[in-house]
Ligand binder design. Sequence first.
Ligand SMILES: Nc1ncnc2c1ncn2[C@@H]1O[C@H](COP(=O)(O)OP(=O)(O)OP(=O)(O)O)[C@@H](O)[C@H]1O
Ligand SMILES: [Mg+2]
Length: 292
Amino acid sequence: MTTDIRPAVSAASAGEGSSLARGSSDINAATRSEGGQGVDAVVSVRSLNVYYGSFHAVTGVDFDVPRNRITALIGPSGCGKSTVLRSINRMNDLVVGARVEGQIFYHGIDICSPRVDPVEVRRRIGMVFQKPNPFPKSIYENVAWGARINGIKGNMDELVERTLRQAALWDEVKDKLKESGLALSGGQQQRLCIARTLAINPDVILMDEPASALDPISTLKIEDLMRELVRSYTIVIVTHNMQQAARVSDQTVFFSLNERRQGVLVEASPTRDLFTKPQDQRTEDYITGRFG
Ligand SMILES: Nc1ncnc2c1ncn2[C@@H]1O[C@H](COP(=O)(O)OP(=O)(O)OP(=O)(O)O)[C@@H](O)[C@H]1O
Ligand SMILES: [Mg+2]
């Protein structure tokens, strides 16, 4: 899945021009780095600060997102999980009054640079939202749309089937592809939205509480699907559900609020370590239910 993305990006890192850059301009040296320290970091967040107007919502956030792993962002309501997630694919550009400072390296390219095209960033770093939001079109068209904007021409029937299979939805919808995506159950709609995202051929998938509106069985289906998808993709998930973070993720990043009610990163650790031997008292208080 990712093979046709990475060469383009590594070419950019090597200074051969980038399809992430706006127009034909190259990304200048100032926007390059060694690419997020950790050898296998696909995304590296550095000194991230986000403001909504004069409100400083998130301060000084640094973490790496390892390739082909699930990273879970957890923490109390209002600590900035969604804000950080939206920064990773330039979605905060669409939020009136939001301002992002710092760097977010994607394969070594700072995607916060104004010279980087946010539309291209969002194609490579896709997003699935809390509330399933299929288009009011057929199941088939929900998936085919993603492929078309990705410029894929070929056999669309084949692609729709392959993508729906990847999203673990094919068996449930193969006989009603012409029916509206809105006629599906909530869990099926969410898998349809995941299929739509996969059809755009991303490298990284961001998910903001993708299962919080679903029943326990649909939730487990989404979790199983994530474990399957992470073999080919890199996933970052926001979840309120600590059991879910513990079940599904490889790395957990815990955010909290400082005394000025700004979101801060407390600890980023392998999931097992964070839940069994937290490095910080605030993490321990949160996971043991003394706070939040
Ligand atoms: N569009 C916005 N305009 C102004 N303030 C915002 C906006 N979005 C978020 N905020 C504020 O930024 C802070 C972080 O919000 P964010 O939604 O990122 O938190 P969260 O950790 O995702 O919370 P939750 O768990 O409730 O979803 C909060 O104080 C919130 O009120
Ligand atoms: Mg949120």
